[in-house]
Design a protein around this ligand. Structure first.
Ligand SMILES: [Fe+2]
Ligand SMILES: [Fe+2]
Length: 177
């Protein structure tokens, strides 16, 4: 194969990858985005109420969209297509349930309230634990069972579904599950 031809194929496959985002890569990217916001919150000074409220607003937004695409697309697919992940998925939904109620409380809480930082700290602990379980315990099982093409199909659907996510965390399925 000529070098130019190989380059062309490589460029083609790279374009393909950009178009067809793998579902697990997409979810892990979201996790990184949220972790950056957590670090920003932890760095903000004690009295930086306005800044903390702004960061928490972003956290609420990011986590609501992320939980939405997991609950609408990724979790049901994992459960149906990789039945051995069933108990992990159920546990994950319970964790979402706790998180979305905390998000809904933070939405209306004054950042100067003495419970504000404590509530955000516990939220962060919960989400970090949840992300670790997803990434370490059961996403690898899903990757192995579904394979690349199926994960790309799901990723494509999830990328599009972000636009349909609600802004209210209590509109998520897990809030009432
Ligand atoms: Fe999750
Ligand atoms: Fe997640």
């Amino acid at each position: 194969m000529a070098a130019g031809e190989a380059d062309g194929q490589l460029a083609e496959s790279r374009r393909g990858e950009a178009r067809r985002m793998d579902a697990i890569v997409l979810l892990k990217d979201d996790h990184k985005t949220v972790e950056k916001l957590f670090k920003a919150f932890e760095k903000a000074g004690k009295g930086a109420h306005k800044e903390k409220q702004r960061i928490v607003g972003k956290i609420i937004q990011e986590l609501t969209v992320h939980a939405y695409i997991e609950e609408e697309i990724f979790y049901p697919s994992a459960r149906h297509e990789v039945p051995e992940t069933g108990s992990h998925v159920l546990e994950s939904v319970e964790e979402h349930h706790v998180v979305v109620w905390m998000l809904s409380e933070l939405k209306n809480l004054d950042p100067a309230d003495e419970r504000y930082d404590a509530k955000v700290t516990v939220l962060i602990e919960n989400v970090r634990h949840h992300v670790e379980e997803e990434e370490q315990e059961w996403f690898p099982q899903v990757r192995k069972a579904l394979g690349r093409n199926r994960l790309q199909e799901l990723g494509e659907r999830m990328g599009k579904a972000k636009a349909d996510a609600p802004s209210d965390p209590l509109s998520l399925m897990s809030a009432w599950a």
